[in-house]
Design a binder for this molecule. Structure first.
Ligand code: FES
Ligand code: FES
Length: 155
């Protein structure tokens, strides 16, 4: 076991962990942050996406031993029902959510894109979301939601 210190959604945690424990399990099982989903468990679907030191990563592929001194944002740190993030608002407005399983990862990928590039091209949105799979929506409404959030950010 090792001790790691890291920040999640602006809160600092010091935890004893098995360094081989997956970040996904640390977030869900140790910190109770259930918004991060497990789909494939092998880096294919993006349901487990979080922002780690400014980059989107698949938390099922990151080990606890790798996140010492890191800064992490999960969907719980992005917005909530009372105060949704503009990307979340746009997803609802456009109807880009069906079963919702992919949505936390999609929102985190879109948020990270817009934080770095507030006016992305369609191609840039496609590239940013390319690691996030959705079985329900056919992607069109998701792309429209990200564009809407970008548009609203201009005002
Ligand atoms: S659960 Fe991590 S990429 Fe699918
Ligand atoms: S809304 Fe169901 S997987 Fe995307």
């Amino acid at each position: 076991m090792i001790t790691i210190e890291f920040s999640v959604n602006d809160k600092t945690y010091v935890l004893e962990v098995d360094p081989r424990e997956r970040l996904l399990d640390v977030l869900r099982n140790r910190l109770g942050l259930m918004g991060t989903k497990e789909g494939c468990g092998e880096g294919e679907c993006g349901a487990c996406t979080v922002i780690l030191d400014g980059k989107t990563v698949n938390s099922c592929l990151i080990l606890a031993g790798q996140v010492h001194n890191s800064v992490i944002t999960t969907i719980e740190g992005v917005g909530n029902r009372q105060s949704p993030h503009p990307v979340q608002k746009a997803f609802v407005e456009v109807g880009a959510v069906q079963c919702g399983f992919c949505t936390p990862g999609m929102v985190l990928s879109a948020k990270n894109l817009l934080d770095k590039n507030p006016h992305p091209s369609d191609e840039e949105i496609g590239v940013a979301l390319s690691g996030n799979l959705c079985r329900c929506t056919g992607y069109d409404k998701i792309l429209r939601a990200v564009k809407l959030a970008a548009e609203e950010g201009k005002q």
